[in-house]
Design a protein around this ligand. Structure first.
Ligand code: IMP
Ligand code: MG
Length: 185
């Protein structure tokens, strides 16, 4: 699946991912019991997380997708986000839970939250599988966090390196000798 020399270490093995994702699903099911719930997944990195999370959520819920990209060629997040694909339906009056793969600087989510709040959802919360607190440049209130991870580039379980390796069943740290190229989405 991947040249083993590309991987420095496996940070989160499949069984820990499944266990934690199902804990999050159970918590979300309790928190939104008896209420409307729309999971808003940010493409593409969150698709594996979303599909596992949904199966651990025991209450009725809908899903919708949005795709974003940072403006410009810089690997550093500029805070300006381009919407590549918008939601199919309005979110006014709905309980929206954003499902993200990873929060790094926080710029992408900060922009998304401000944009989505203007559409008047009833509630807007954030669920991220991975969180890099040491890289945060903008404060974003995160309601559900799978794992806090160190400041290293990770791939697998939806996260890409140059659009590849999203299919790895674990989250791994990219080896330093391949680090440097950028990955997005
Ligand atoms: P932020 O705006 O800096 O928070 O950027 C978040 C986005 O950058 C994520 O949704 C990912 O697409 C991407 N990203 C940040 N860190 C990583 C990483 O370690 N591996 C893969 N993608 C990453
Ligand atoms: Mg992403």
């Amino acid at each position: 699946m991947i040249d083993p020399s590309y991987i420095k270490e496996i940070l989160i093995p499949p069984d820990r991912l499944q266990q934690r994702v199902c804990e999050l699903g159970a918590q979300i099911s309790r928190d939104y019991a008896g209420q409307d719930l729309l999971l808003l997944a940010v493409l593409k990195g969150s698709v594996l997380f979303l599909s596992d999370l949904m199966r651990c959520i025991t209450i009725p819920h809908a899903i919708d997708f949005m795709a974003t990209s940072s403006y410009g060629a810089s690997t550093e997040s500029s805070g300006v986000v381009r919407i590549l694909k918008d939601l199919d339906e309005p979110i006014e009056g709905r309980n929206v839970l954003i499902v993200e793969d990873i929060i790094d600087t926080g710029h992408t989510l900060d922009y998304l939250v401000r944009m989505l709040k203007a559409r008047m959802p009833k509630t807007l919360r954030i669920c991220t599988l991975l969180n890099k607190p040491g890289r945060r440049e903008v404060d974003v209130p995160v309601d559900y966090i799978g794992f806090d991870i160190p400041n290293e580039f990770v791939l697998g379980y939806g996260l890409d390196y140059g659009e590849l390796y999203r299919n790895l069943p674990y989250v791994a740290v990219l080896a330093p000798h391949v680090y440097g190229a950028k990955a997005e989405g």
